[in-house]
Design a binder for this molecule. Structure first.
Ligand code: PHE
Length: 341
Protein backbone atom coordinates (compact mmCIF):
# COMPACT_ATOMS: atom_id res chain seq x y z
CA UNK A 1 0.00 0.00 0.00
CA UNK A 2 1.24 3.43 -0.89
CA UNK A 3 1.36 6.40 1.46
CA UNK A 4 -1.00 8.48 -0.59
CA UNK A 5 -3.49 5.69 -0.76
CA UNK A 6 -3.45 5.12 3.01
CA UNK A 7 -3.72 8.82 3.68
CA UNK A 8 -6.77 9.13 1.46
CA UNK A 9 -8.37 6.09 3.03
CA UNK A 10 -7.88 7.27 6.63
CA UNK A 11 -8.92 10.84 5.85
CA UNK A 12 -12.05 9.49 4.33
CA UNK A 13 -12.83 7.49 7.43
CA UNK A 14 -12.21 10.55 9.64
CA UNK A 15 -14.14 13.05 7.59
CA UNK A 16 -17.25 12.98 9.83
CA UNK A 17 -17.45 16.44 11.42
CA UNK A 18 -18.85 15.70 14.88
CA UNK A 19 -17.02 12.46 15.41
CA UNK A 20 -16.95 11.23 18.99
CA UNK A 21 -13.71 10.28 20.72
CA UNK A 22 -15.11 6.75 21.06
CA UNK A 23 -15.55 6.42 17.30
CA UNK A 24 -12.07 7.78 16.64
CA UNK A 25 -10.54 5.20 18.94
CA UNK A 26 -12.43 2.42 17.15
CA UNK A 27 -11.14 3.53 13.75
CA UNK A 28 -7.66 3.98 15.12
CA UNK A 29 -7.72 0.43 16.47
CA UNK A 30 -8.62 -0.87 13.04
CA UNK A 31 -5.36 0.59 11.72
CA UNK A 32 -2.92 0.64 14.58
CA UNK A 33 -4.42 -1.83 17.09
CA UNK A 34 -2.85 -5.26 17.62
CA UNK A 35 -4.97 -6.86 14.92
CA UNK A 36 -5.18 -3.71 12.83
CA UNK A 37 -4.05 -3.10 9.29
CA UNK A 38 -0.56 -1.76 9.94
CA UNK A 39 0.56 -4.52 12.36
CA UNK A 40 -0.78 -7.05 9.88
CA UNK A 41 1.33 -5.44 7.12
CA UNK A 42 4.27 -5.67 9.50
CA UNK A 43 3.42 -9.36 9.97
CA UNK A 44 3.88 -10.04 6.29
CA UNK A 45 7.54 -9.20 6.63
CA UNK A 46 8.31 -12.80 7.52
CA UNK A 47 7.38 -13.90 4.03
CA UNK A 48 9.98 -11.64 2.43
CA UNK A 49 13.59 -12.29 1.57
CA UNK A 50 16.39 -10.92 3.65
CA UNK A 51 17.13 -8.23 1.05
CA UNK A 52 13.57 -7.02 0.78
CA UNK A 53 12.98 -6.74 4.50
CA UNK A 54 14.75 -3.41 5.30
CA UNK A 55 13.00 -1.44 2.57
CA UNK A 56 9.65 -3.03 3.39
CA UNK A 57 10.10 -2.39 7.10
CA UNK A 58 10.96 1.21 6.43
CA UNK A 59 7.90 1.64 4.23
CA UNK A 60 5.47 0.14 6.75
CA UNK A 61 7.02 2.25 9.49
CA UNK A 62 6.41 5.34 7.43
CA UNK A 63 2.81 4.24 6.96
CA UNK A 64 2.49 3.72 10.70
CA UNK A 65 3.85 7.18 11.44
CA UNK A 66 1.59 8.71 8.87
CA UNK A 67 -1.46 6.97 10.33
CA UNK A 68 -0.46 7.93 13.90
CA UNK A 69 -0.11 11.57 12.83
CA UNK A 70 -3.50 11.60 11.17
CA UNK A 71 -5.21 10.11 14.22
CA UNK A 72 -3.40 12.52 16.56
CA UNK A 73 -4.53 15.39 14.43
CA UNK A 74 -8.17 14.27 14.60
CA UNK A 75 -7.86 13.61 18.32
CA UNK A 76 -6.67 17.13 18.87
CA UNK A 77 -9.51 18.48 16.79
CA UNK A 78 -12.07 16.56 18.87
CA UNK A 79 -10.48 17.65 22.14
CA UNK A 80 -10.49 21.27 21.13
CA UNK A 81 -14.10 21.04 20.16
CA UNK A 82 -14.96 19.45 23.51
CA UNK A 83 -13.17 22.24 25.39
CA UNK A 84 -14.99 24.81 23.27
CA UNK A 85 -18.33 23.21 24.09
CA UNK A 86 -17.49 23.06 27.77
CA UNK A 87 -16.49 26.73 27.84
CA UNK A 88 -19.65 27.63 26.03
CA UNK A 89 -21.91 25.67 28.41
CA UNK A 90 -20.14 26.89 31.54
CA UNK A 91 -19.86 30.49 30.46
CA UNK A 92 -20.32 33.10 33.20
CA UNK A 93 -21.50 36.53 32.21
CA UNK A 94 -19.40 38.71 34.44
CA UNK A 95 -21.28 41.80 33.33
CA UNK A 96 -24.51 40.59 34.99
CA UNK A 97 -25.24 42.32 38.32
CA UNK A 98 -24.57 40.04 41.31
CA UNK A 99 -27.26 38.55 43.50
CA UNK A 100 -27.91 40.54 46.64
CA UNK A 101 -28.00 38.48 49.79
CA UNK A 102 -30.06 39.63 52.75
CA UNK A 103 -27.88 39.41 55.79
CA UNK A 104 -29.04 40.15 59.29
CA UNK A 105 -27.34 42.73 61.47
CA UNK A 106 -27.28 43.88 65.04
CA UNK A 107 -30.18 46.16 65.93
CA UNK A 108 -29.07 49.68 66.77
CA UNK A 109 -30.38 49.34 70.35
CA UNK A 110 -28.32 46.21 70.88
CA UNK A 111 -25.37 47.98 69.35
CA UNK A 112 -25.64 50.79 71.90
CA UNK A 113 -26.03 48.23 74.71
CA UNK A 114 -22.93 46.38 73.51
CA UNK A 115 -20.97 49.60 73.32
CA UNK A 116 -21.92 50.45 76.91
CA UNK A 117 -21.21 46.88 78.05
CA UNK A 118 -17.78 46.96 76.42
CA UNK A 119 -16.91 50.13 78.28
CA UNK A 120 -18.08 48.86 81.66
CA UNK A 121 -16.55 45.42 81.30
CA UNK A 122 -13.32 47.30 80.69
CA UNK A 123 -13.93 49.15 83.96
CA UNK A 124 -14.32 45.87 85.85
CA UNK A 125 -18.13 45.67 85.90
CA UNK A 126 -20.11 42.47 85.56
CA UNK A 127 -23.15 42.34 83.22
CA UNK A 128 -26.27 41.06 85.01
CA UNK A 129 -29.65 39.98 83.77
CA UNK A 130 -32.92 40.47 85.64
CA UNK A 131 -36.48 39.20 85.20
CA UNK A 132 -38.92 41.27 83.13
CA UNK A 133 -41.85 39.94 85.15
CA UNK A 134 -40.92 41.30 88.54
CA UNK A 135 -42.39 41.32 91.99
CA UNK A 136 -43.65 44.53 93.55
CA UNK A 137 -41.03 43.96 96.24
CA UNK A 138 -38.04 44.08 93.91
CA UNK A 139 -39.38 46.72 91.54
CA UNK A 140 -40.55 49.06 94.31
CA UNK A 141 -40.39 48.09 97.99
CA UNK A 142 -36.70 47.22 98.24
CA UNK A 143 -35.92 50.38 96.28
CA UNK A 144 -37.48 52.51 98.97
CA UNK A 145 -40.80 52.95 97.21
CA UNK A 146 -43.47 51.59 99.56
CA UNK A 147 -47.08 51.09 98.40
CA UNK A 148 -48.35 54.55 99.24
CA UNK A 149 -45.24 56.37 98.03
CA UNK A 150 -45.98 59.20 95.59
CA UNK A 151 -43.03 58.12 93.44
CA UNK A 152 -45.12 55.20 92.21
CA UNK A 153 -47.05 57.69 90.18
CA UNK A 154 -43.82 58.57 88.32
CA UNK A 155 -43.87 55.12 86.76
CA UNK A 156 -47.25 54.00 85.55
CA UNK A 157 -47.13 50.27 85.96
CA UNK A 158 -48.53 47.25 84.12
CA UNK A 159 -49.69 45.03 86.97
CA UNK A 160 -50.24 41.33 86.39
CA UNK A 161 -51.79 40.96 89.83
CA UNK A 162 -51.34 42.76 93.14
CA UNK A 163 -47.83 41.35 93.57
CA UNK A 164 -46.57 40.78 90.03
CA UNK A 165 -45.85 43.39 87.40
CA UNK A 166 -43.80 44.14 84.30
CA UNK A 167 -40.73 45.87 85.61
CA UNK A 168 -40.81 49.63 85.15
CA UNK A 169 -37.06 50.02 85.57
CA UNK A 170 -33.94 47.85 85.60
CA UNK A 171 -33.24 49.17 89.11
CA UNK A 172 -34.60 45.91 90.50
CA UNK A 173 -31.19 44.53 89.58
CA UNK A 174 -29.79 46.56 92.49
CA UNK A 175 -31.88 44.68 95.00
CA UNK A 176 -31.44 41.30 93.33
CA UNK A 177 -27.66 41.58 93.25
CA UNK A 178 -27.23 42.92 96.78
CA UNK A 179 -29.42 40.18 98.20
CA UNK A 180 -27.65 37.57 96.08
CA UNK A 181 -24.27 38.83 97.38
CA UNK A 182 -25.51 38.48 100.95
CA UNK A 183 -24.51 41.95 102.16
CA UNK A 184 -20.80 41.18 102.05
CA UNK A 185 -19.34 41.09 98.58
CA UNK A 186 -18.53 44.36 96.78
CA UNK A 187 -20.96 45.06 93.95
CA UNK A 188 -19.93 46.30 90.51
CA UNK A 189 -22.60 45.56 87.91
CA UNK A 190 -24.55 46.87 84.99
CA UNK A 191 -27.92 45.47 84.01
CA UNK A 192 -29.33 46.15 80.54
CA UNK A 193 -32.88 45.13 79.67
CA UNK A 194 -36.43 45.86 78.59
CA UNK A 195 -38.77 47.83 80.85
CA UNK A 196 -42.48 48.63 80.58
CA UNK A 197 -44.62 51.63 81.49
CA UNK A 198 -48.22 52.49 80.81
CA UNK A 199 -47.53 55.30 78.41
CA UNK A 200 -49.41 56.27 75.30
CA UNK A 201 -47.00 55.69 72.44
CA UNK A 202 -45.88 58.73 70.53
CA UNK A 203 -42.63 60.07 69.07
CA UNK A 204 -40.93 60.21 72.47
CA UNK A 205 -42.87 57.66 74.54
CA UNK A 206 -43.15 53.92 74.28
CA UNK A 207 -44.89 51.46 76.59
CA UNK A 208 -41.80 49.30 76.30
CA UNK A 209 -38.26 50.58 76.15
CA UNK A 210 -34.74 49.72 77.23
CA UNK A 211 -32.66 50.76 80.20
CA UNK A 212 -29.20 50.11 81.51
CA UNK A 213 -28.79 50.24 85.27
CA UNK A 214 -25.39 50.51 86.94
CA UNK A 215 -24.57 49.81 90.57
CA UNK A 216 -21.39 49.96 92.61
CA UNK A 217 -21.36 49.16 96.33
CA UNK A 218 -18.30 48.94 98.55
CA UNK A 219 -16.87 50.53 101.67
CA UNK A 220 -15.36 53.67 100.21
CA UNK A 221 -16.97 54.59 96.90
CA UNK A 222 -17.93 58.27 96.61
CA UNK A 223 -19.80 60.60 94.34
CA UNK A 224 -16.47 61.57 92.77
CA UNK A 225 -16.18 57.98 91.52
CA UNK A 226 -19.68 58.24 90.10
CA UNK A 227 -18.85 61.48 88.35
CA UNK A 228 -15.64 60.06 86.85
CA UNK A 229 -17.47 56.97 85.62
CA UNK A 230 -20.25 59.00 84.03
CA UNK A 231 -17.77 61.34 82.37
CA UNK A 232 -16.01 58.32 80.86
CA UNK A 233 -19.38 57.02 79.68
CA UNK A 234 -20.44 60.35 78.16
CA UNK A 235 -17.15 60.68 76.30
CA UNK A 236 -17.29 57.13 75.00
CA UNK A 237 -20.84 57.59 73.68
CA UNK A 238 -20.73 61.20 72.51
CA UNK A 239 -17.12 62.14 71.83
CA UNK A 240 -13.84 62.67 73.65
CA UNK A 241 -14.25 66.42 74.19
CA UNK A 242 -17.62 66.17 76.00
CA UNK A 243 -18.16 67.58 79.47
CA UNK A 244 -20.85 66.59 81.93
CA UNK A 245 -22.96 68.59 84.37
CA UNK A 246 -24.71 67.24 87.45
CA UNK A 247 -28.03 68.70 88.55
CA UNK A 248 -29.81 67.87 91.79
CA UNK A 249 -32.81 65.65 91.31
CA UNK A 250 -34.94 63.11 93.16
CA UNK A 251 -35.13 59.32 93.01
CA UNK A 252 -36.40 57.32 95.97
CA UNK A 253 -33.53 54.85 95.82
CA UNK A 254 -30.68 57.37 95.72
CA UNK A 255 -29.77 60.20 98.07
CA UNK A 256 -28.47 62.57 96.96
CA UNK A 257 -29.89 62.10 93.46
CA UNK A 258 -28.70 63.80 90.32
CA UNK A 259 -29.59 64.20 86.73
CA UNK A 260 -26.68 64.21 84.33
CA UNK A 261 -26.33 66.39 81.26
CA UNK A 262 -23.73 66.10 78.54
CA UNK A 263 -22.42 69.15 76.69
CA UNK A 264 -24.15 69.37 73.32
CA UNK A 265 -22.21 67.45 70.69
CA UNK A 266 -24.00 69.21 67.87
CA UNK A 267 -23.31 72.85 68.67
CA UNK A 268 -20.50 72.25 71.19
CA UNK A 269 -22.27 74.33 73.79
CA UNK A 270 -23.15 77.35 71.68
CA UNK A 271 -26.86 76.50 71.67
CA UNK A 272 -28.94 74.79 69.00
CA UNK A 273 -32.31 73.09 68.53
CA UNK A 274 -31.03 69.74 69.83
CA UNK A 275 -30.01 71.19 73.20
CA UNK A 276 -32.87 73.72 73.16
CA UNK A 277 -30.30 76.49 73.24
CA UNK A 278 -28.96 75.48 76.65
CA UNK A 279 -25.76 73.80 75.43
CA UNK A 280 -26.61 70.75 77.56
CA UNK A 281 -28.54 67.53 76.94
CA UNK A 282 -29.93 65.35 79.70
CA UNK A 283 -28.76 61.77 79.37
CA UNK A 284 -29.39 59.90 82.62
CA UNK A 285 -30.31 59.76 86.28
CA UNK A 286 -28.00 58.72 89.10
CA UNK A 287 -27.10 59.16 92.73
CA UNK A 288 -25.64 57.62 95.87
CA UNK A 289 -27.61 54.52 96.93
CA UNK A 290 -30.14 55.46 99.61
CA UNK A 291 -29.25 54.06 103.04
CA UNK A 292 -32.71 52.50 103.30
CA UNK A 293 -32.02 50.50 100.14
CA UNK A 294 -28.62 49.32 101.40
CA UNK A 295 -30.10 48.25 104.73
CA UNK A 296 -33.17 46.56 103.24
CA UNK A 297 -30.94 44.62 100.85
CA UNK A 298 -28.60 43.44 103.61
CA UNK A 299 -25.70 45.90 103.34
CA UNK A 300 -24.98 47.78 106.56
CA UNK A 301 -25.30 51.44 105.56
CA UNK A 302 -22.89 52.44 108.32
CA UNK A 303 -20.17 50.43 106.60
CA UNK A 304 -21.16 50.30 102.95
CA UNK A 305 -22.04 52.94 100.44
CA UNK A 306 -22.77 52.88 96.75
CA UNK A 307 -23.73 54.71 93.64
CA UNK A 308 -26.28 53.85 90.98
CA UNK A 309 -27.17 55.23 87.60
CA UNK A 310 -29.78 54.42 85.01
CA UNK A 311 -30.12 55.43 81.41
CA UNK A 312 -32.59 54.96 78.59
CA UNK A 313 -30.93 53.19 75.69
CA UNK A 314 -33.40 54.61 73.17
CA UNK A 315 -32.65 58.13 74.33
CA UNK A 316 -28.90 57.59 73.94
CA UNK A 317 -29.40 56.08 70.46
CA UNK A 318 -31.78 58.86 69.40
CA UNK A 319 -29.29 61.52 70.44
CA UNK A 320 -26.32 59.74 68.96
CA UNK A 321 -27.88 59.04 65.56
CA UNK A 322 -30.33 61.94 65.29
CA UNK A 323 -33.44 59.70 65.38
CA UNK A 324 -36.58 61.73 66.05
CA UNK A 325 -39.20 59.02 66.67
CA UNK A 326 -38.79 56.27 69.26
CA UNK A 327 -41.30 54.06 67.43
CA UNK A 328 -38.80 53.57 64.60
CA UNK A 329 -36.84 51.22 66.86
CA UNK A 330 -39.69 48.73 67.04
CA UNK A 331 -41.33 48.89 63.62
CA UNK A 332 -38.86 46.57 61.89
CA UNK A 333 -38.77 48.81 58.85
CA UNK A 334 -35.79 47.51 56.90
CA UNK A 335 -35.03 50.96 55.53
CA UNK A 336 -34.42 52.12 59.10
CA UNK A 337 -32.67 49.03 60.36
CA UNK A 338 -30.29 48.77 57.43
CA UNK A 339 -28.84 52.20 58.07
CA UNK A 340 -27.00 50.82 61.07
CA UNK A 341 -25.33 47.86 59.35
N1 PHE B 1 -34.54 53.96 87.55
C1 PHE B 1 -34.52 55.36 87.25
C2 PHE B 1 -35.60 55.65 86.20
O1 PHE B 1 -36.08 54.72 85.58
C3 PHE B 1 -33.18 55.82 86.76
C4 PHE B 1 -32.15 55.74 87.83
C5 PHE B 1 -31.44 54.61 88.05
C6 PHE B 1 -31.88 56.83 88.63
C7 PHE B 1 -30.49 54.54 89.04
C8 PHE B 1 -30.93 56.78 89.61
C9 PHE B 1 -30.25 55.67 89.81
O2 PHE B 1 -35.99 56.78 85.99
Amino acid sequence: MEKEELKKQIKNELKEKDMSMQKLLEIKAAYLGKKGLIPSLMGEMKNLSQEEKPAYGEKVNALKNLAADLFDEKKKEIEEKEIGQKLESEKVDITLPGKEFNTGSIHVLNEVIEEVEDLFIGLGFEVKDGPEIESDRFNFELLNIPKDHPARAMQDTFYINAERLLRTQTSGAQAHTMIEYGGKKDVRIICPGKVYRRDDDDATHSHQFTQIEGLVVNKDVTMADLKGTLLTLARKMFGEDREIRLRPSYFPFTEPSIEVDVSCFKCHGKGCSLCKNTGWIEILGAGMVNNNVLDMCGYDSKVYQGYAFGMGVERIAMLKYGIDDIRLFYMNDKRFIEQFK
